[in-house]
Design a protein around this ligand. Structure first.
Ligand SMILES: NC(=O)c1ccc[n+]([C@@H]2O[C@H](COP(=O)([O-])OP(=O)(O)OC[C@H]3O[C@@H](n4cnc5c(N)ncnc54)[C@H](OP(=O)(O)O)[C@@H]3O)[C@@H](O)[C@H]2O)c1
Length: 307
Protein backbone atom coordinates (compact mmCIF):
# COMPACT_ATOMS: atom_id res chain seq x y z
CA UNK A 1 0.00 0.00 0.00
CA UNK A 2 1.05 3.62 -0.46
CA UNK A 3 2.13 5.44 2.68
CA UNK A 4 4.17 8.37 3.90
CA UNK A 5 7.05 7.25 6.11
CA UNK A 6 9.81 8.84 8.18
CA UNK A 7 13.16 7.22 8.97
CA UNK A 8 15.49 10.07 9.99
CA UNK A 9 14.86 11.98 13.22
CA UNK A 10 16.98 14.91 12.11
CA UNK A 11 15.35 15.40 8.72
CA UNK A 12 12.24 17.21 9.97
CA UNK A 13 9.44 17.64 7.45
CA UNK A 14 11.92 16.98 4.61
CA UNK A 15 12.01 13.38 5.83
CA UNK A 16 8.35 12.71 4.87
CA UNK A 17 8.65 10.24 1.97
CA UNK A 18 5.98 8.57 -0.18
CA UNK A 19 6.74 4.86 -0.27
CA UNK A 20 5.30 1.31 -0.32
CA UNK A 21 4.55 -0.33 3.02
CA UNK A 22 3.07 -3.72 3.91
CA UNK A 23 -0.68 -3.98 4.55
CA UNK A 24 -1.14 -3.74 8.35
CA UNK A 25 -2.03 -6.60 10.70
CA UNK A 26 -5.22 -6.49 12.76
CA UNK A 27 -4.38 -7.60 16.32
CA UNK A 28 -6.87 -8.34 19.13
CA UNK A 29 -9.59 -5.67 19.35
CA UNK A 30 -8.19 -3.85 16.32
CA UNK A 31 -9.87 -2.90 13.12
CA UNK A 32 -8.25 -2.20 9.77
CA UNK A 33 -9.51 1.08 8.35
CA UNK A 34 -9.29 2.11 4.73
CA UNK A 35 -8.22 5.69 5.28
CA UNK A 36 -10.18 8.28 3.33
CA UNK A 37 -8.80 11.41 5.01
CA UNK A 38 -6.02 11.95 7.53
CA UNK A 39 -4.70 14.71 9.75
CA UNK A 40 -1.09 15.22 10.72
CA UNK A 41 0.43 17.43 13.43
CA UNK A 42 3.88 18.71 12.41
CA UNK A 43 4.94 18.59 16.08
CA UNK A 44 4.52 14.81 16.14
CA UNK A 45 7.94 14.43 14.52
CA UNK A 46 9.28 15.42 17.95
CA UNK A 47 7.13 12.92 19.85
CA UNK A 48 8.98 9.82 21.11
CA UNK A 49 6.27 7.48 19.80
CA UNK A 50 6.97 8.51 16.22
CA UNK A 51 10.36 6.83 16.48
CA UNK A 52 10.15 4.08 19.10
CA UNK A 53 7.59 1.56 20.32
CA UNK A 54 6.31 1.17 23.89
CA UNK A 55 9.50 -0.70 24.83
CA UNK A 56 11.59 2.20 23.40
CA UNK A 57 12.78 0.09 20.45
CA UNK A 58 13.35 1.74 17.10
CA UNK A 59 10.25 1.31 14.93
CA UNK A 60 11.29 3.17 11.79
CA UNK A 61 10.27 3.42 9.06
CA UNK A 62 7.16 4.70 10.79
CA UNK A 63 4.00 6.14 9.27
CA UNK A 64 2.98 9.49 10.79
CA UNK A 65 -0.51 10.96 11.08
CA UNK A 66 -2.70 9.92 14.00
CA UNK A 67 -6.22 10.95 13.09
CA UNK A 68 -8.48 9.71 10.35
CA UNK A 69 -11.84 9.29 8.77
CA UNK A 70 -12.46 6.17 6.75
CA UNK A 71 -14.26 2.86 6.57
CA UNK A 72 -13.70 -0.37 8.49
CA UNK A 73 -12.55 -3.17 6.17
CA UNK A 74 -11.45 -5.88 8.63
CA UNK A 75 -11.95 -6.84 12.28
CA UNK A 76 -9.22 -8.28 14.49
CA UNK A 77 -9.66 -11.28 16.81
CA UNK A 78 -12.41 -10.54 19.33
CA UNK A 79 -13.17 -7.04 18.07
CA UNK A 80 -16.68 -5.85 18.86
CA UNK A 81 -18.55 -2.56 18.61
CA UNK A 82 -17.72 -1.78 14.98
CA UNK A 83 -18.61 -3.59 11.77
CA UNK A 84 -17.03 -4.03 8.36
CA UNK A 85 -18.26 -1.30 6.03
CA UNK A 86 -18.91 1.19 8.85
CA UNK A 87 -17.71 4.80 8.49
CA UNK A 88 -15.54 5.79 11.45
CA UNK A 89 -13.28 8.57 12.67
CA UNK A 90 -10.79 8.87 15.50
CA UNK A 91 -7.19 8.58 16.59
CA UNK A 92 -4.39 6.03 16.24
CA UNK A 93 -1.95 5.33 19.09
CA UNK A 94 1.24 7.40 18.96
CA UNK A 95 3.47 4.31 19.02
CA UNK A 96 1.78 2.60 16.06
CA UNK A 97 1.90 3.26 12.36
CA UNK A 98 -0.50 6.05 11.55
CA UNK A 99 -2.93 7.40 9.04
CA UNK A 100 -0.87 8.80 6.16
CA UNK A 101 -1.43 5.42 4.52
CA UNK A 102 -4.13 3.68 2.52
CA UNK A 103 -4.83 1.28 5.42
CA UNK A 104 -4.08 1.43 9.12
CA UNK A 105 -4.62 -0.86 12.12
CA UNK A 106 -6.39 0.87 15.03
CA UNK A 107 -7.79 -0.22 18.35
CA UNK A 108 -11.56 -0.13 17.83
CA UNK A 109 -12.06 1.76 21.10
CA UNK A 110 -10.12 4.73 19.62
CA UNK A 111 -12.78 5.18 16.94
CA UNK A 112 -16.37 6.39 16.88
CA UNK A 113 -19.02 5.88 14.20
CA UNK A 114 -19.06 8.77 11.75
CA UNK A 115 -22.53 10.19 11.11
CA UNK A 116 -23.55 10.22 7.44
CA UNK A 117 -23.96 14.00 7.33
CA UNK A 118 -20.35 14.79 8.36
CA UNK A 119 -17.96 14.53 5.45
CA UNK A 120 -14.58 12.84 5.67
CA UNK A 121 -12.64 16.08 5.41
CA UNK A 122 -14.36 17.73 8.37
CA UNK A 123 -14.19 14.49 10.37
CA UNK A 124 -10.41 14.18 9.98
CA UNK A 125 -9.95 17.70 11.37
CA UNK A 126 -11.77 16.84 14.58
CA UNK A 127 -10.23 13.94 16.56
CA UNK A 128 -6.90 15.20 17.94
CA UNK A 129 -7.77 18.90 17.99
CA UNK A 130 -11.25 18.35 19.41
CA UNK A 131 -10.25 15.84 22.09
CA UNK A 132 -7.25 17.96 23.06
CA UNK A 133 -9.31 21.14 23.33
CA UNK A 134 -11.96 19.39 25.42
CA UNK A 135 -9.56 17.62 27.76
CA UNK A 136 -7.48 20.79 28.22
CA UNK A 137 -10.41 23.05 29.04
CA UNK A 138 -12.59 20.77 31.10
CA UNK A 139 -10.74 17.62 32.25
CA UNK A 140 -7.45 19.34 33.14
CA UNK A 141 -8.52 22.99 33.33
CA UNK A 142 -11.86 22.58 35.13
CA UNK A 143 -13.36 25.49 33.16
CA UNK A 144 -16.87 26.53 34.19
CA UNK A 145 -19.36 29.27 33.28
CA UNK A 146 -18.35 32.75 34.32
CA UNK A 147 -14.62 32.05 34.43
CA UNK A 148 -12.10 33.83 32.24
CA UNK A 149 -9.93 31.73 29.92
CA UNK A 150 -6.95 32.85 27.85
CA UNK A 151 -6.55 30.66 24.74
CA UNK A 152 -3.33 30.96 22.77
CA UNK A 153 -3.15 30.12 19.07
CA UNK A 154 -6.86 30.64 18.51
CA UNK A 155 -6.61 30.27 14.73
CA UNK A 156 -4.94 26.85 15.01
CA UNK A 157 -6.40 23.37 15.13
CA UNK A 158 -6.72 23.10 18.92
CA UNK A 159 -7.23 26.80 19.68
CA UNK A 160 -10.05 27.31 17.19
CA UNK A 161 -12.09 24.49 18.71
CA UNK A 162 -11.19 25.52 22.26
CA UNK A 163 -12.50 29.04 21.68
CA UNK A 164 -15.84 27.65 20.51
CA UNK A 165 -16.16 25.13 23.35
CA UNK A 166 -15.19 27.66 26.02
CA UNK A 167 -17.63 30.23 24.69
CA UNK A 168 -20.44 27.69 24.62
CA UNK A 169 -19.92 26.75 28.27
CA UNK A 170 -20.30 30.40 29.24
CA UNK A 171 -16.70 31.42 29.88
CA UNK A 172 -15.23 34.82 29.08
CA UNK A 173 -12.81 34.02 26.25
CA UNK A 174 -9.65 35.98 25.47
CA UNK A 175 -7.98 34.61 22.35
CA UNK A 176 -4.47 35.22 21.05
CA UNK A 177 -2.63 34.71 17.79
CA UNK A 178 -1.04 36.60 14.93
CA UNK A 179 -2.45 39.96 13.81
CA UNK A 180 -4.24 38.31 10.86
CA UNK A 181 -6.12 35.95 13.20
CA UNK A 182 -8.19 38.64 14.94
CA UNK A 183 -11.36 38.48 12.80
CA UNK A 184 -11.38 34.70 12.78
CA UNK A 185 -10.96 34.46 16.55
CA UNK A 186 -13.77 36.92 17.20
CA UNK A 187 -15.96 35.14 14.66
CA UNK A 188 -15.38 31.83 16.47
CA UNK A 189 -16.71 33.42 19.65
CA UNK A 190 -13.82 35.09 21.45
CA UNK A 191 -14.82 38.17 23.47
CA UNK A 192 -11.40 39.77 23.02
CA UNK A 193 -8.27 39.20 20.94
CA UNK A 194 -4.61 39.83 21.69
CA UNK A 195 -1.99 40.01 18.91
CA UNK A 196 1.00 38.21 20.41
CA UNK A 197 3.30 40.07 18.05
CA UNK A 198 2.20 43.57 19.01
CA UNK A 199 0.08 43.65 22.16
CA UNK A 200 1.40 43.33 25.71
CA UNK A 201 0.49 39.85 26.97
CA UNK A 202 0.52 41.14 30.54
CA UNK A 203 -2.30 43.59 29.67
CA UNK A 204 -4.73 40.65 29.88
CA UNK A 205 -4.57 40.72 33.68
CA UNK A 206 -5.40 37.66 35.78
CA UNK A 207 -7.34 34.73 34.36
CA UNK A 208 -8.79 31.52 35.79
CA UNK A 209 -7.34 29.35 33.05
CA UNK A 210 -4.64 29.64 30.39
CA UNK A 211 -4.64 27.16 27.49
CA UNK A 212 -1.18 27.30 25.93
CA UNK A 213 -0.39 25.71 22.56
CA UNK A 214 2.79 27.67 21.82
CA UNK A 215 5.29 26.92 24.62
CA UNK A 216 8.59 28.75 25.15
CA UNK A 217 8.44 32.40 26.11
CA UNK A 218 4.64 32.63 25.73
CA UNK A 219 4.21 29.74 28.16
CA UNK A 220 6.68 31.26 30.63
CA UNK A 221 5.05 34.69 30.61
CA UNK A 222 1.54 33.26 30.82
CA UNK A 223 2.33 31.62 34.16
CA UNK A 224 2.15 34.99 35.89
CA UNK A 225 -1.38 35.58 34.54
CA UNK A 226 -2.90 32.67 36.48
CA UNK A 227 -4.98 34.01 39.34
CA UNK A 228 -4.75 32.36 42.79
CA UNK A 229 -6.39 28.95 42.56
CA UNK A 230 -6.24 29.05 38.77
CA UNK A 231 -4.69 26.72 36.23
CA UNK A 232 -2.39 26.82 33.23
CA UNK A 233 -2.73 23.88 30.87
CA UNK A 234 -0.13 23.53 28.15
CA UNK A 235 -0.06 21.01 25.33
CA UNK A 236 3.23 22.30 23.94
CA UNK A 237 5.81 21.19 26.54
CA UNK A 238 6.10 20.50 30.27
CA UNK A 239 6.14 23.86 32.11
CA UNK A 240 9.41 24.82 33.75
CA UNK A 241 7.79 27.12 36.33
CA UNK A 242 4.61 27.04 38.38
CA UNK A 243 2.20 29.93 39.03
CA UNK A 244 2.67 31.51 42.48
CA UNK A 245 -0.73 30.34 43.77
CA UNK A 246 -2.03 28.04 41.05
CA UNK A 247 -0.96 25.03 39.04
CA UNK A 248 0.56 24.52 35.60
CA UNK A 249 0.30 21.16 33.83
CA UNK A 250 1.16 19.46 30.57
CA UNK A 251 -0.70 16.45 29.20
CA UNK A 252 -0.92 14.28 26.13
CA UNK A 253 -4.37 13.80 24.62
CA UNK A 254 -6.11 10.48 25.23
CA UNK A 255 -8.43 8.56 22.93
CA UNK A 256 -12.11 8.77 23.95
CA UNK A 257 -14.88 7.25 21.82
CA UNK A 258 -17.72 8.80 23.81
CA UNK A 259 -16.25 12.29 23.57
CA UNK A 260 -15.68 11.86 19.83
CA UNK A 261 -19.36 11.04 19.46
CA UNK A 262 -20.25 14.14 21.49
CA UNK A 263 -17.99 16.35 19.35
CA UNK A 264 -19.55 14.92 16.19
CA UNK A 265 -23.01 15.77 17.50
CA UNK A 266 -21.87 19.35 18.16
CA UNK A 267 -20.67 19.57 14.54
CA UNK A 268 -24.03 18.26 13.32
CA UNK A 269 -25.88 20.80 15.47
CA UNK A 270 -23.76 23.65 14.11
CA UNK A 271 -22.34 24.34 17.58
CA UNK A 272 -18.78 23.40 16.59
CA UNK A 273 -16.95 24.22 13.38
CA UNK A 274 -13.63 22.45 12.69
CA UNK A 275 -11.42 24.68 10.55
CA UNK A 276 -10.38 22.81 7.43
CA UNK A 277 -7.52 24.40 5.53
CA UNK A 278 -5.87 22.92 2.45
CA UNK A 279 -6.96 19.46 1.27
CA UNK A 280 -4.17 17.66 -0.61
CA UNK A 281 -3.65 14.12 -1.98
CA UNK A 282 -1.26 11.66 -0.33
CA UNK A 283 1.25 12.24 -3.12
CA UNK A 284 1.49 15.87 -1.99
CA UNK A 285 1.51 15.24 1.77
CA UNK A 286 5.16 16.13 2.25
CA UNK A 287 4.75 19.42 0.40
CA UNK A 288 1.49 20.18 2.23
CA UNK A 289 3.23 20.33 5.60
CA UNK A 290 6.47 21.89 4.45
CA UNK A 291 4.41 24.98 3.81
CA UNK A 292 6.08 28.31 3.32
CA UNK A 293 2.94 30.37 3.84
CA UNK A 294 0.22 30.19 6.42
CA UNK A 295 -2.96 28.35 5.55
CA UNK A 296 -5.63 28.93 8.22
CA UNK A 297 -7.19 25.72 9.52
CA UNK A 298 -6.05 22.14 9.58
CA UNK A 299 -4.38 20.68 6.50
CA UNK A 300 -6.13 17.45 5.55
CA UNK A 301 -4.70 14.69 3.37
CA UNK A 302 -7.18 12.97 1.05
CA UNK A 303 -5.59 9.52 1.13
CA UNK A 304 -8.14 7.50 -0.86
CA UNK A 305 -11.32 8.61 -2.56
CA UNK A 306 -13.64 5.58 -2.57
CA UNK A 307 -16.73 6.00 -0.39
N1 LIG B 1 0.02 17.45 24.09
C1 LIG B 1 -0.92 17.05 23.22
O1 LIG B 1 -1.66 16.10 23.46
C2 LIG B 1 -1.06 17.79 21.93
C3 LIG B 1 -2.21 17.58 21.14
C4 LIG B 1 -2.37 18.33 19.97
C5 LIG B 1 -1.38 19.21 19.59
N2 LIG B 1 -0.28 19.36 20.37
C6 LIG B 1 0.75 20.36 20.03
O2 LIG B 1 0.17 21.62 20.27
C7 LIG B 1 0.63 22.57 19.35
C8 LIG B 1 -0.55 23.22 18.65
O3 LIG B 1 -1.25 22.26 17.89
P1 LIG B 1 -2.27 22.74 16.76
O4 LIG B 1 -2.69 21.52 16.02
O5 LIG B 1 -3.31 23.63 17.32
O6 LIG B 1 -1.25 23.59 15.83
P2 LIG B 1 -1.60 24.73 14.78
O7 LIG B 1 -2.83 24.39 14.01
O8 LIG B 1 -0.34 25.02 14.03
O9 LIG B 1 -1.98 25.98 15.70
C9 LIG B 1 -1.07 26.73 16.44
C10 LIG B 1 -1.51 28.18 16.30
O10 LIG B 1 -0.70 28.98 17.20
C11 LIG B 1 -0.14 30.03 16.41
N3 LIG B 1 1.14 30.43 16.97
C12 LIG B 1 2.21 29.64 17.23
N4 LIG B 1 3.22 30.37 17.72
C13 LIG B 1 2.77 31.64 17.78
C14 LIG B 1 3.34 32.87 18.21
N5 LIG B 1 4.59 32.93 18.69
N6 LIG B 1 2.60 33.99 18.13
C15 LIG B 1 1.34 33.95 17.65
N7 LIG B 1 0.74 32.82 17.23
C16 LIG B 1 1.45 31.68 17.30
C17 LIG B 1 0.01 29.43 15.04
O11 LIG B 1 0.20 30.42 14.08
P3 LIG B 1 1.17 30.09 12.80
O12 LIG B 1 0.47 29.02 12.04
O13 LIG B 1 1.28 31.38 12.10
O14 LIG B 1 2.47 29.64 13.39
C18 LIG B 1 -1.32 28.70 14.90
O15 LIG B 1 -2.37 29.56 14.56
C19 LIG B 1 1.57 21.80 18.41
O16 LIG B 1 2.88 21.98 18.88
C20 LIG B 1 1.15 20.36 18.58
O17 LIG B 1 2.21 19.47 18.32
C21 LIG B 1 -0.09 18.68 21.53
Amino acid sequence: MHAITVTDRDAGLDGLTLTEMPYPYASENDVIVRVHTAGFTPGELDWPGTWTDRADRDRTPSIPGHELAGVVVELGYGTTGLTVGQRVFGTVDWTRNGTLAEYTAVEARNLAPLPADIDDTVAAALPISGLTAWQALFDHGGLTAGQTVLIHGAAGGVGSLAVQLAREVGAHVIATGRADDRDLALDLGAHAFLDLGADELESVGEVDLVLDVVGGDILERSTALVRPGGTLVTIAEPPSTQPAHGIAKFFVVEADRARLADLAQRVRDGRLRPLVGAVRPLTEAAAAYGRDRRTPGKTIIQVTKDQ
